[in-house]
Design a protein around this ligand. Structure first.
Ligand SMILES: [Zn+2]
Length: 352
């Protein structure tokens, strides 16, 4: 018990980590420019929903909901890519041209908004009021596509997709797995089934983008019940909010100075100690203790005037930012302490 108390005190006091080389991140406060591509066009509207509405209409309303959701986020500038001649043009507009427009704008990321269908063999035809409708209950849910052929590399697109997937999953959205099926027209490699990330390497809108780019299939519009949900304005706002939240976390993370190996090791041992404490004193299961430790162990990055380019870390379990700042002020003084920023911990970064 005494040993555990000592661990608890050590965690409570915080552990100071070593410095690290200067990151170019965190510099400047320019907004994050989000290029939003409304998938398809009036001339070529994509899939047709169970009730006969073109996919383009769904893409357009969700894209507008994204723009509205970004309005509530300071530091983000959403831009709808514009077809030559405006959104109602009947002129063809290639996926490659969309990517090139995002490149020319210097956007920080590209989101291509789409809605999904299934292979024709799964569609059931019904005739109503002299019209033909096609529907299927074969698949439902979202999917996120990235291209591994991007000239700028796939790593950052993959990370963006992971954040989008996490944010959607956290809010109860489920991924569809039907693109990985062993049938003609699918066979897309599943990169991350848990988060719903597929590879679609040849997609021009992604491949030609020079920034992180993800194509979002928001849901399956040939599924009658899912279509009703996707057409609902409140549900669109909710999904747009989930996507924006994922983008915001990704952006914050991509601007964070990276942790050194030594810092990661220090954080990991603080996490292990905290988890052990929760497991043996708190009665948590091993898995729950690990998750709770990730929430409890707060990490702050800071710089001091003496070494302005070195980001150091303060591991301060349970401490809010103002408390962490006070600890550092006591140690370095107001003249020395330049900046203290919270450093959210990501499971993949710190847990082996
Ligand atoms: Zn589409």
């Amino acid at each position: 018990m005494r040993g555990l108390n000592r661990i608890a005190r050590m965690l409570w006091l915080g552990i100071l980590g070593a410095g690290l080389p200067s990151p170019s991140a965190l510099a400047g406060e320019r907004p994050c420019m989000v290029a939003i591509d409304v998938g398809h066009s009036p001339a070529s509207p994509g899939a047709i929903s169970a009730s006969g509405v073109p996919e383009y209409e769904f893409n357009r309303t969700l894209s507008n909901a994204l723009v509205e959701a970004f309005a509530l986020q300071p530091g983000f500038q959403p831009i709808l890519l514009l077809a030559p001649g405006g959104h109602d043009t009947r002129k063809p507009w290639t996926p490659r041209e969309r990517a090139e427009q995002a490149n020319a704008l210097g956007a920080d990321l590209l989101i291509s908004v789409h809605h999904d269908s299934v292979q024709p063999s799964y569609l059931t035809e019904v005739h109503k009021h002299g019209k033909t409708f096609r529907y299927s209950r074969h698949a439902q849910g979202y999917s996120l596509l990235i291209s591994r052929d991007q000239s700028c590399g796939e790593t950052r697109s993959r990370r963006l997709a992971e954040h989008l997937g996490d944010s959607l999953q956290m809010r109860g959205y489920r991924a569809t797995g039907h693109h990985a099926e062993d049938i003609d027209g699918e066979h897309r490699p599943w990169l991350d089934p848990e988060r719903g990330i597929d590879a679609f390497d040849r997609l021009a809108v992604l491949r030609h983008a020079t920034m992180p780019a993800v194509l979002v299939e928001a849901g399956v519009i040939v599924h009658p019940e899912e279509e009703a949900e996707l057409a609902n304005a409140a549900a669109q706002r909710r999904q747009a909010g989930a996507l924006v939240a994922g983008i915001v976390t990704w952006w914050r993370e991509s601007r964070q100075p990276p942790l050194t190996l030594e810092q990661r090791t220090d954080i990991q041992s603080a996490l292990n100690q905290r988890a052990a404490l929760l497991e043996f004193l708190g009665g948590y299961s091993t898995l729950d203790a690990e998750s709770q430790a990730l929430k409890d162990v707060r990490v702050y990055q800071y710089r001091v005037a003496e070494r302005p380019h070195d980001w150091q870390i303060l591991i301060a379990p349970d401490r809010e930012w103002n408390e962490a700042r006070r600890i550092l002020l006591e140690q370095f003084g107001v003249e020395q302490l330049l900046e203290v920023v919270p450093r959210p911990l990501l499971r993949h970064e710190v847990l082996a």
